[in-house]
Design a protein around this ligand. Structure first.
Ligand SMILES: *Cc1c(COP(=O)(O)O)cnc(C)c1O
Length: 466
């Protein structure tokens, strides 16, 4: 598969290059030049495959020729072997129409494990081949940091430096990062907010003293390989519910538009998807963009679903490119306008293209609590606040009762157990595999919110690129 940037710089990369690069040099995001298309017969033949075999079928066209089928199978087998459920992403029933796709059986209890466990192994594979070394630098307010650390802990040729705002992440989230004991994992608690941490990471990416010596990479969802890995569970769920003979809708708790974009990719590959529902909390830039065409940022309001508390959704650019006629030059200009004004208007073509598959809904704190109580009282299911926002949107969608609607469960309820307890009265236990989290020893350094101190810390410990 060949990949191009959404901002039209013209270079064509293979899968290995886009995986190691993350962002394109023109500031755009990589997308496949075209989408592999499966026929109904080919999709029907995927019924009954194990998750790993399904993953190989769905991903192989995207990774060739950088990976052989055997290499892909080996990486997927090892990545999904770390999941605590034999089905990897099991589907659970709510009622006649509504279903729950549990994406939280990975090592850190959030759906990000599905992609990152694979990505960490792909990094290791490509770096070994090139005899190179990667330095991952990231800032986290919670879920991404723990999933990325777990995915690369102990992997050869990769060091990870994860910044978190000191005292501002939950105890479970901090311990999930700081109790991973591996020499290539470096946790840094900085004095300051998440935005301060993020600003320092961004600065390191453009600091030639650092980029000249180290191959610095990010692990956020701008990385194409992450989105690709997420396409697989849309196929898995739809096949369970009768695809390709029956259409299925999905409701997706959304922040950076990565997870729901993977659903769009599945539809482009021939999976019959009736509708993709973008569920947001009160930080509703995507709901406004999809319902009125107004993509403008406001201030972030902290909610009980912190992984959705964002005002710019990086992956939305991929959709705007694909539904806007794949015109890189025009999109580059539109994005420059957005970066200058913190606002832009979608074109009619973008609006209509998006509306063909996407709808959206916004849930406030009351909607979220009611969805959590409904799931518990009517179906005996305890769900987390992010998932509850998805379920609210699913139930409000007004889709015909003949269409099954799958809500993506993006986090285990134990990860946000205080909010869950407030809504349902239930105190969720950490799964047994995490049970001793509060006894494990933590390891992290505390640094001032000062760029030079952090850059020096990284430079002393990272391995230069070859
Ligand atoms: C990251 C995350 C999301 C948002 O996913 P995007 O791909 O950024 O849209 C939703 N819920 C949880 C629990 C997350 O960790």
């Amino acid at each position: 598969m060949e990949y191009i940037s959404t901002r039209g710089d013209g270079a064509v990369l293979d899968f290995e290059a886009v995986t190691l690069a993350g962002l394109a040099p023109d500031g755009g995001l990589y997308v496949p030049r075209n989408f592999p298309l499966f026929s109904g017969t080919e999709i029907a033949a995927m019924r009954g495959l194990s998750y790993v075999e399904l993953a190989v079928r769905v991903m192989l066209p995207f990774v060739q020729p950088s990976l052989t089928e055997g290499e892909l199978r080996d990486l997927a087998t090892r990545a999904y072997g770390r999941f605590a459920h034999a089905a990897v992403t099991p589907l659970v029933q709510f009622d006649q129409q509504h279903w729950l796709l549990e994406l939280f059986h990975g090592p850190t209890l959030a759906f990000k494990d599905v992609a990152l466990q694979l990505l960490g192994r792909m990094f290791e594979h490509f770096l070994a081949k090139n005899d190179d070394h990667l330095t991952i630098v990231g800032a986290t307010s919670g879920d991404t940091g723990s999933a990325a650390i777990d995915a690369v802990a102990g992997r050869e040729r990769v060091d990870i430096f994860m910044l978190h705002p000191n005292g501002r992440v939950s105890d479970v989230q901090r311990r999930q990062m700081t109790t991973v004991r591996a020499p290539n994992v470096h946790n840094i608690a900085i004095d300051g907010s998440f935005d301060d941490a993020q600003a320092m990471v961004k600065r390191m990416f453009v600091d030639s003293a650092m980029t000249g010596r180290f191959r610095i990479s990010a692990v956020n969802s701008i990385n194409w390989a992450r989105l690709m890995a997420q396409v697989v569970y849309y196929f898995a769920a739809a096949l369970q519910l009768g695809a390709p003979d029956r259409k299925v809708a999905f409701s997706v708790p959304t922040g950076n538009f990565g997870d729901v974009f993977a659903g769009y990719v599945a539809a482009q590959m021939g999976l019959p998807i009736e509708r993709l529902i973008v569920a947001t909390n009160v930080n509703d830039i995507l709901h406004r963009a999809l319902s009125t065409g107004d993509y403008s940022t406001g201030t972030v309001t902290p909610t009980a679903a912190p992984s959705m508390d964002i005002q710019v959704s990086s992956n939305f650019e991929r959709l705007l490119f694909l539904v806007g006629g794949c015109d890189g030059a025009a999109l580059a200009q539109q994005m420059r306008g957005f970066e200058a004004n913190k606002a832009m208007q979608l074109t009619n073509m973008q609006r209509e293209g998006a509306a063909a598959l996407f709808s959206s809904a916004r849930a406030d704190a009351g909607d979220m609590t009611r969805a959590m109580s409904w799931a518990y009282e009517k179906c005996g299911q305890v769900i987390d606040p992010h998932t509850a926002i998805g379920l609210h949107a699913a139930r409000a969608s007004g889709l015909d009762a003949s269409i099954p609607v799958v809500t993506l469960a993006t986090a285990h309820p134990a990860k946000f157990r205080d909010a869950v307890e407030r809504a349902t009265g239930q105190r969720v236990q950490l799964p047994t595999r995490m049970g001793d989290l509060f006894e494990r020893q933590e390891s992290y350094v505390e640094l001032p919110g000062d760029y030079d101190a952090i850059a020096a810390y990284v430079a002393e410990r990272a391995t230069p690129s070859s």
